[in-house]
Design a protein around this ligand. Structure first.
Ligand code: SF4
Length: 303
């Protein structure tokens, strides 16, 4: 038996969506190219940078050495779609040179990453095999986006996501509950519903805003500028979203995430009424106090 030492280059933290749990990872960037969202400390240990071509080729050869007929590669880290179309093309060429069985690719991306590419480049990248991008638009409400410094408005996000859809690249979206804090959940839920009604994402994943150490949001909470939404209000926000949203094509929806108190799963529009009823059961059966006691956000969160 040939003994083989793994020598792939990975940062100390690597994040990838659960949907790609069985896809081999190839690191092509470090950290996040933006790194300015006020709630985020995801890449504090790994500042933004580009992997060298030598490192990328070496890691591809390492994957190829397993002789496994991989058909898909997931690029990491924070937002590899920030790379130019030319650089992404070089990476896909290099992968297919050493692992010809690979036909499709995916990665995390941001709204900004789309806006730096032309329609022709997006269509070309789709033709080369980039079939879905995992994104955290986080909200379709400009007030919420501005509050956490996402760097784009809802209108800009809508425009870029429509361009992506036109190019045939699917997108899976993360949305954050409680982004604007206490008292703003229902309004935000309604706006998010209106936003997504104009799009056709493959999936919408709800997670909850959680105040993380050493972030601007932590400073705002500690100074009283930001008051966290209660767990109860977060369920009301999900309900407001479900009531407002009008998906034209079947879209997977869930709120199954370690940061959420209340887990829902279904397809929109098919399961809309059923999921609203599930929200109502929680809203009617629990008081704010009893629901709050079920979950200590800062203690229970893994993030
Ligand atoms: S939330 Fe995403 S885009 Fe914002 S700083 Fe964190 S990794 Fe970057």
């Amino acid at each position: 038996m040939v003994k083989h030492a793994l020598a792939m280059h990975f940062d100390s933290q690597v994040f990838r969506p659960p949907q790609e749990a069985y896809t081999p990872l190839l690191q092509v960037t470090h950290g996040c190219s933006y790194d300015k969202c006020t709630y985020c400390n995801m890449y504090d240990q790994n500042p933004f940078g580009l992997s060298s071509r030598e490192e990328i080729t070496s890691d591809i050869k390492e994957l190829a050495s397993s002789a496994f007929p991989y058909n898909r590669i997931y690029l990491v880290n924070g937002d590899p779609f920030c790379l130019s179309a030319d650089k992404l093309t070089w990476i896909m060429d290099e992968i297919q040179k050493y692992i010809p069985t690979v036909k499709t690719f995916s990665m995390y991306a941001s709204i900004r990453n789309i806006s730096t590419k032309t329609d022709e480049e997006l269509a070309y990248l789709r033709s080369r095999g980039i079939d879905i991008l995992y994104m955290g638009v986080e909200s379709g409400f400009t007030q919420a986006l501005t509050f956490v410094n996402k760097g784009y408005t809802a209108k800009e996000a809508l425009e870029q996501l429509k361009r992506l859809e036109k190019a045939g690249i699917e997108h899976s979206q993360g949305v954050m509950l409680g982004l604007l804090g206490a008292g703003r959940g229902i309004e935000t839920g309604k706006e998010n519903g209106k936003f997504f009604s104009q799009l056709n994402p493959k999936a919408i994943w709800f997670m909850s805003t959680t105040v993380m150490p050493k972030t601007e949001l932590e400073r705002q909470r500690d100074s009283g500028e930001y008051i966290e939404a209660s767990e109860y209000e977060r369920v009301q926000e999900i309900r407001a979203f479900l009531e407002s949203v009008d998906m034209k094509e079947s879209t997977y929806f869930n709120s199954i995430h370690p940061t959420n108190t209340f887990n829902l799963e279904g397809y929109l529009p098919e399961d809309k009424e059923k999921m609203i009823k599930q929200c109502d059961e929680v809203i009617n059966d629990y008081t704010q106090d009893t629901f709050q006691k079920l979950f200590n956000r800062n203690k229970n969160s893994r993030f």
